[in-house]
Design a protein around this ligand. Structure first.
Ligand code: AMO
Length: 445
């Protein structure tokens, strides 16, 4: 609790625990979110680090007199008495009768956008993003990334409890892991290096050390396309586990992690899920379909004409999402056994049919949020596969130390945090679920 003499720097008296302080005089720190002048009194809404709190100024509450310098976005310490009243439905609600307001700081300019409405509906996404440090102060915007914290926290908590070690791999890399052209090149003291496309090479190396590892960190993709689901920098939630029987172990671990995350959001982030109208999925078991069967289903049952038989386009993913919902009542669908030519060199081929791999994607409401699978762990097999795919094994000699000096059967996955957040909240654009997006047109703020 914030003592009146200010000995504790940050207030812990928020709206949730006002009830424990009824009729006490307390202090809270925050911003003036909104001032509403009424006849004879004013409502002063204070935005604390967790809530918006209703305070009331009236001359009869104390000797304190309103300071005309007070304005919206002033940082203040408000002292007052916690009182209760009943709302229209008869529920008890609490507010603070103001006894004093100490100005800690005043803004230098008026706000460029109105942030003290419930949402920023009507404001263009580009404007919201241009003013991110300010627009994030809006309660709805703030809640998006509080909820996102819950997703990452759930991932971390679940994996930590299941024997995984958290790692922090370098983002300046000697080689790109995912193949393709979407790798950022960097001049490193005259030498060409790359920004990490994923922690792939390192998480595999560390399976040889810790057996089970995970990382939540930014990765970089030089995507040249301006789409609603691609970013040039995103947060990848990765894990990698050794001594697996098959890639199903990885899928089961992900199912467990998602269940844990959704439960955490329901229990500890209910304020955010309500404000955001988040549609938290119920997960029991996630249905699975093979890539080739999914293609056939799209052609035969949905009369879709795919342009690429080796991959899905966004519309195909969308149709498969609808199929999973209709057929199994599931918001998620695992698609397994992707074609070998579409998966990176580290992916294990299916011994029963080497044109396909022991890999999977997870679709969430018709959008790919995860790729994963079993990896090649045999040294000779990995070198041979690299050569077959036109990858120079010598460029990956340190990566291959894992295989050369002994690797267990292992597999793992990467989840795009922003994409998961996007479809949890029903957004049309991944940028809405990205705090400071980097895309082909944007590197600021
Ligand atoms: P992949 O490249 O499929 O796999 O990426 C994994 C997940 O990351 C997200 N994602 C993106 N999100 C936003 N913008 C992008 N440009 C973008 N690209 C990918 C998606 C995708 O499913 N190393 C493997 C994972 C593994 O096998 O462990 C990898 O990175 O949600």
């Amino acid at each position: 609790m914030q003592k009146i003499d200010g000995r504790i720097a940050d207030s812990t008296v928020n709206y949730d625990n006002f009830k424990d302080h009824e009729n006490e005089v307390v202090s809270i720190d925050g911003y003036i979110h909104r001032i509403r002048e009424m006849t004879g009194f004013s409502f002063v809404i204070i935005r604390t680090r967790t809530d918006t709190v209703q305070c009331v100024y009236a001359p009869e509450f104390s000797d304190y007199r309103w300071d005309e310098k007070l304005c919206e976005e002033a940082a203040v310490r408000v002292t007052g008495k916690v009182v209760s009243s009943a709302d229209a439905k008869g529920n008890k609600r609490y507010e603070l009768q103001i006894h004093g307001i100490k100005i800690l700081s005043l803004p230098a300019a008026p706000l460029p956008i109105v942030i003290n409405k419930k949402t920023l509906d009507g404001v263009l996404l580009n404007t919201i993003l241009d003013y991110r440090p300010v627009s994030l102060r809006n309660p709805y915007q703030r809640a998006i990334f509080k909820l996102q914290e819950g997703i990452a926290r759930g991932f971390r908590e679940f994996l930590s409890a299941n024997g995984f070690t958290e790692i922090h791999s370098p983002k300046i890399n000697y080689a790109g892991a995912e193949g393709g052209t979407n790798v950022f090149k960097l001049d490193y003291f005259g030498k060409q290096v790359y920004l990490a496309q994923s922690p792939q090479l390192y998480k595999q190396a560390l399976v040889g050390v810790y057996g089970r590892v995970f990382e939540i960190a930014p990765v970089f993709r030089a995507e040249h396309h301006d789409t609603s689901r691609h970013l040039n920098e995103y947060i990848s939630m990765d894990f990698e586990m050794g001594f697996i029987e098959g890639f199903e172990d990885v899928m089961n671990m992900e199912t467990g992690a998602l269940k844990y995350i959704m439960n955490l959001l329901k229990t500890e982030y209910s304020k955010e899920t309500e404000l955001l109208h988040a549609d938290i999925p119920e997960i029991t078991e996630i249905p699975t379909i093979k890539f080739a069967d999914a293609k056939q289903l799209l052609i035969d049952k949905m009369k879709y004409k795919p342009s690429d038989m080796k991959d899905f386009d966004p519309e195909e993913e969308n149709l498969l999402g609808k199929y999973a919902k209709k057929e199994f009542g599931s918001d998620f669908l695992f698609v397994t056994h992707y074609p070998t030519i579409k998966r990176p060199f580290y992916t294990m081929d299916d011994p029963e049919n080497p044109e396909y791999t022991l890999s999977f994607d997870l679709l969430f409401r018709g959008l790919e949020i995860t790729s994963g699978g079993q990896r090649v762990h045999d040294y000779n097999m990995q070198v041979e596969k690299m050569k077959r795919m036109g990858v120079n094994p010598e460029a990956f000699d340190t990566y291959l130390m894992l295989h050369k000096y002994g690797a267990p059967p292992h597999g793992g996955l990467g989840i795009g945090l922003e994409r998961l957040t996007m479809h949890l909240l029903g957004f049309k654009n991944v940028r809405e679920a990205t705090m400071f997006p980097r895309d082909i047109n944007r590197v600021t703020p």
